[in-house]
Design a protein around this ligand. Structure first.
Ligand SMILES: Cc1cc2nc3c(=O)[nH]c(=O)nc-3n(C[C@H](O)[C@H](O)[C@H](O)COP(=O)(O)OP(=O)(O)OC[C@H]3O[C@@H](n4cnc5c(N)ncnc54)[C@H](O)[C@@H]3O)c2cc1C
Length: 382
């Protein structure tokens, strides 16, 4: 039987970064992935993901983000390909809304450069935006997007160059904690290691019973629409955005990779799903949700449809991540950093997972992500 220092289950956004950091520390690491590397079945595909420092979800994410930016830049310089594109970010809602107020708070607390713009100011500066009168927008110049599938490829190349073994098309069927380690059974073989990292995205609840009611997969759909005036939607003239309006909370990107303006709605149609059995193919209702929003707030982007793609969120009850060691099996590290906002953190989460798997602790502040915060809530037992 092959033995390793650490086995990582799931070589997606987080798992690829964990393999990279572990291998570069000289750890003998095996990464096991059930699909291809990369693939379109989980949470990290569809060209790109927003990264931003103005963090309305909670200002305590900002110090992790600073490190995440640093690590993304290091990764892309080693990889020799641009992974991070800076466009600036816009976070807008009515003045009392969480998106504007929370972003402003994180900028003030962390002394981040920013500007507050009215709807009219925003349209003057970025003419593609047509926000409701009375909305306020926070512009933060460091926002942008990451090429998510290329980030996974870069982490995997780096991990392999440092000695990691990565095996795709090899689904983990089960794992067992033993004295001094773990045994992992896949469809192809059995492996042992001293430590285990489980970073299985939408499949976490299958592999970690403690997350059975805490990591809920949810169907998402993204659309790309052809702008009637593409010059308004280039990365140089169109920042990534988060926007809350009466219809919900939406996010979007400049034209990049696919010849269309990319848009999504957080929690789309609120469909909790089985990741192995849901409607992957987007339908007309999905498209209408995103087209109606685009027609109203970005009328210059509501041309013919170019692409539609489904994807999976994995939500926790409070929308914060779970990153922890298992209370009953401290050799097992679990990472469920999604709730629709995790990708930007992959680089630093990889570092945290490597810390937890190699010494059981990390210097990063991960107190917000402890499993035990759900204890007694009827969810996990941690
Ligand atoms: C539509 C959409 C838009 C998003 N937008 C943003 C954004 O703009 N910014 C942002 O920061 N975040 C965003 N997110 C969230 C972000 O993409 C996720 O947080 C992140 O991709 C999660 O990474 P992960 O490694 O947990 O999951 P994944 O990348 O899906 O990786 C999990 C891996 O585990 C593998 N796996 C599962 N079970 C097994 C098994 N039994 N054996 C072996 N392998 C297994 C899977 O195949 C998969 O490859 C978005 C998510 C979606 C779906």
């Amino acid at each position: 039987m092959d033995t390793y220092d650490v086995i990582v289950i799931g070589v997606g956004g987080m798992g690829s970064a964990a393999c990279y950091h572990l291998a570069r520390r000289g750890t003998r690491v095996l990464g096991l992935e059930r699909f291809d590397v990369p693939h379109q079945m989980g949470s990290s595909h569809a060209v790109n993901r927003i990264i931003r420092l103005a963090y309305y979800e909670d200002p305590s994410y900002v110090s992790l983000l600073r490190r995440a930016y640093e690590l993304w830049r290091e990764l892309q310089s080693g990889f020799g390909e641009q992974l991070l594109h800076i466009t600036g970010s816009v976070d807008a809602s009515n003045a009392d809304g969480e998106v504007f107020r929370g972003s402003l708070r994180s900028c003030e607390l962390h002394d981040l450069p920013h500007e507050v713009l009215t709807s009219a100011d925003l349209s003057r500066r970025f003419p593609a935006f047509r926000l409701p009168a009375g909305h306020l927008a926070l512009f933060q110049p460091d926002g942008g997007f990451l090429l998510s599938e290329r980030c996974i490829v870069a982490h995997v190349f780096g991990a392999m160059a440092a000695g990691a073994e990565i095996r795709a098309r090899e689904r983990v069927v089960e794992w067992t904690a033993m004295a001094g380690g773990v045994r992992v059974e896949t469809e192809r073989g059995t492996y042992e290691a001293e430590r285990l990292v489980v970073s299985a995205g939408a499949w976490m609840q299958r592999l970690v019973p403690e997350l059975a009611s805490l990591a809920q997969p949810e169907r998402q759909v993204l659309a790309w629409f052809q702008p009637t005036d593409p010059s308004l939607f280039t990365p140089a003239r169109f920042p990534v955005f988060n926007l809350t309006v009466d219809e919900g909370r939406y996010y979007g990107f400049p034209v990049f990779g696919v010849p269309g303006f990319k848009v999504g709605r957080y929690h789309h149609r609120e469909e909790q799903v089985d990741p192995d059995d849901f409607e992957r193919e987007p339908n007309l209702t999905d498209e209408t949700v995103l087209r109606d929003f685009t027609t109203r707030y970005f009328p210059g982007a509501a041309g013919p449809t170019m692409a539609l793609r489904s994807c999976l969120f994995t939500n926790t009850p409070d929308d914060h991540f779970v990153i922890d060691v298992l209370p009953d099996a401290p050799q097992v590290v679990i990472a469920s950093p999604c709730s629709g906002h995790g990708f930007k953190f992959c680089s630093v989460v990889g570092e945290i997972l490597a810390d937890l798997a190699s010494r059981g602790a990390t210097d990063h502040d991960v107190s917000l992500f402890r499993l035990r915060r759900f204890a007694g809530a009827g969810g996990g037992k941690g």
